[in-house]
Write a protein that binds this ligand. Structure first.
Ligand SMILES: Nc1ncnc2c1ncn2[C@@H]1O[C@H](COP(=O)(O)OP(=O)(O)OP(=O)(O)O)[C@@H](O)[C@H]1O
Length: 275
């Protein structure tokens, strides 16, 4: 059934029946607008009339059946444990029309994806690693609770007033929790979803490459690897190779933060790559 809905998005939207703008849930949470339909939930910007705060209301998608409900509950459980200014606070959870909903803090800012693709931000090596460091400080808090996020992408990092917030904890799991991989799952999926801190470092390696590529101007049509295309300092290359598990990976976030600190303390290289 899930496959059918994936092939027929119009039918799926009709079955998911997203809430309309202006609707008030539980006599309290007003839907302002739909923010997006994710893989298992529909997110709305809303207003809590009791507190006056802007909130995000997330509803499990009917078409995702039990999986959708389970992932939404999972996100709520994880958010309930984490208390950090750069992680949305869980405010409430409830069931409406048979579908679980959660209410969390609205993070007012731009995703890094929007920064790169809509606002055309360009990151130098130092800027990219400075942003990575901010994300790692939040990740340190998550890992300290024995949790890995497993979905750290440019669309799940929100830039707000000089800080980086992490959202979308639907795939988060406990470190060491058994994970069912299928025999035909690609290596990439295993590396991103492993219940170990290194899966977050792997994802953040790709996140950092996205930032670095924002300032890259191709000089030929020839396909090359990131190591050939990007003009990186030896330290940046070494850190990325470990994050991407091309060399022995980092085991703990503190090792990675130490290396990033060392890179940030280096004299800034000029555009030609010389010191
Ligand atoms: N706490 C939040 N504060 C502000 N915006 C949020 C928050 N949570 C989610 N959003 C925004 O809502 C939209 C939908 O997010 P959601 O995490 O439900 O799905 P997604 O990232 O689009 O897809 P997927 O679930 O497949 O990763 C995104 O644009 C996201 O930036």
């Amino acid at each position: 059934m899930k496959r059918f809905f994936e092939r027929h998005p119009f039918v799926s939207r009709w079955v998911d029946r997203p809430h309309r703008g202006g609707k008030v849930l539980l006599g309290r949470y007003e839907i302002i607008e739909e923010l997006g339909m994710g893989s298992y939930g529909i997110a709305y910007k809303g207003r809590d009339h009791l507190t006056g705060r802007l909130v995000v209301i997330k509803q499990a998608r009917r078409t995702k059946g039990e999986d959708g409900r389970r992932l939404l509950q999972r996100e709520a459980d994880v958010l309930a444990h984490l208390r950090h200014p750069q992680i949305p606070r869980l405010y409430d959870r409830f069931v409406e029309r048979g579908q679980p909903h959660l209410v969390m803090e609205y993070i007012d800012g731009e995703t890094v994806e929007d920064q790169i693709f809509k606002l055309e931000a360009k990151y130098t090596e130092q800027e990219a690693f400075r942003l990575l460091k901010k994300v790692l400080e939040v990740v340190r808090h998550v890992h300290a609770f024995g949790i890995v996020h497993r979905d750290l992408r440019i669309s799940n990092i929100i830039w707000r007033d000089g800080t980086a917030a992490i959202i979308d904890f639907g795939l988060a799991c406990r470190i060491g929790e058994p994970v069912d991989f299928r025999d035909d799952d690609p290596l990439e999926k295993r590396l991103r979803r492993e219940p170990h801190p290194r899966s977050d470092f792997y994802a953040l390696g790709h996140f950092t490459l996205f930032l670095l590529y924002s300032a890259y101007e191709p000089t030929s049509d020839e396909e090359k690897s990131w190591e050939e295309e990007l003009d990186l300092s030896p330290n940046a290359r070494r850190i990325l190779r470990k994050m991407l598990q091309l060399d022995a990976p980092y085991d703990h976030v503190d090792e990675l933060i130490d290396d990033v600190d060392q890179l940030l303390a280096e004299p800034i290289r000029n555009q030609a790559g010389a010191l």
